[in-house]
Design a protein around this ligand. Structure first.
Ligand code: SAH
Length: 268
């Protein structure tokens, strides 16, 4: 084991700017892969940032699944091609943030990965934009971000991602992971979460406006919505409504939908 790890470290040097922290604990890798629970036969699993393939190794044990890897790091790509090309997996060298999932498959996709922490929020925004195709996500991220995503309203850590992800996906905190199981260890704690898409894929409101209100509302989270939403230029007779006395963090996802409908009706 020790010997193999040395070989990997030699072939792929961890690069900080790519958020590379390689998982060395295989039991955790197995647990993460085991947490994917909606993927059926012949469906596609996309792994973001496979690195040296610690998750990939267990993913390929799932039979009759189409496995696709996207990795930005050339050294990791060379490593993956050398060690995984014999299996039925497709390896893409590229940036997930620029990937159109329709180019991977026209069907539904489950996503897995130990995400590069520096771009995890951007990854989630891409997932939300392509939610019609993404039915499940199992990922390791910074614990603090995981806590935010899974937080209920009425809480200081509840924010944009809690609302935007929670509107479309059921969120679950699965387990925490300490820095010591990575090479090199990150400075923060990690956690694994699962997102399972809700059956109803559309919200009962103008979804673009919803997104705008959520983002604007949390931009000045200490202000009342009446003040925080000023850039949206709402008339005073509308903002006299008591809901505008509240702050964004006090609104549940349903409250945000109701608020969006109110503003929408006024705009029509
Ligand atoms: N899955 C591996 C590596 C996790 S580290 C493990 O658990 O050990 C995060 C990985 O994401 C790195 O391999 C890094 O190169 C890759 N990565 C960083 N930015 C990326 C991007 N924009 N698109 C795809 N992969 C990316």
């Amino acid at each position: 084991m020790q010997f193999r790890r040395k070989i990997i470290m030699h072939e792929v040097r961890p690069k900080k700017f790519l958020g590379q922290h390689f998982l060395k604990d295989h039991n955790i890798a197995k647990k993460i892969v085991g947490a994917l629970n909606t993927v059926a036969e012949n469906e596609t699993i996309l792994e973001i940032g496979p690195g040296t393939g610690v998750l990939t190794k267990y993913l390929i044990q799932k039979e009759n699944r189409n496995i696709v890897l996207i990795e930005i790091d050339r050294e990791s790509i060379a490593y993956l091609n050398k060690h995984y090309s014999t299996n039925h997996i497709k390896i893409i060298e590229g940036d997930f943030l620029k990937l159109d999932l329709m180019n991977v498959t026209k069907d539904e996709i489950s996503i897995i990965g130990n995400f590069p922490y520096n771009i995890s929020s951007q990854i989630f925004f891409r997932v939300i934009d392509q939610r019609k195709q993404v039915k499940e996500v199992v990922c390791m991220i910074q614990k603090e971000v995981a806590d935010r995503i899974c937080s209920p309203h009425g809480n200081k850590i509840y924010g944009i991602l809690s609302v935007l992800i929670g509107a479309y996906y059921r969120t679950e905190m699965l387990f925490k992971v300490s820095p010591g199981v990575f090479i090199p260890p990150p400075k923060v704690d990690s956690a694994v979460i699962r997102l399972t898409r809700k059956p109803q894929s559309n919200l009962d409101c103008d979804e673009e406006l919803f997104k705008k209100i959520v983002k604007q509302g949390f931009q000045n989270r200490r202000k009342t919505l009446r003040n925080a939403l000023k850039p949206i230029l709402l008339p005073t007779d509308l903002t006299a409504d008591l809901i505008f006395d509240k702050r964004a963090e006090q609104l549940s996802i349903d409250d945000f939908i109701k608020l969006t409908k109110k503003i929408q009706e006024w705009k029509m």
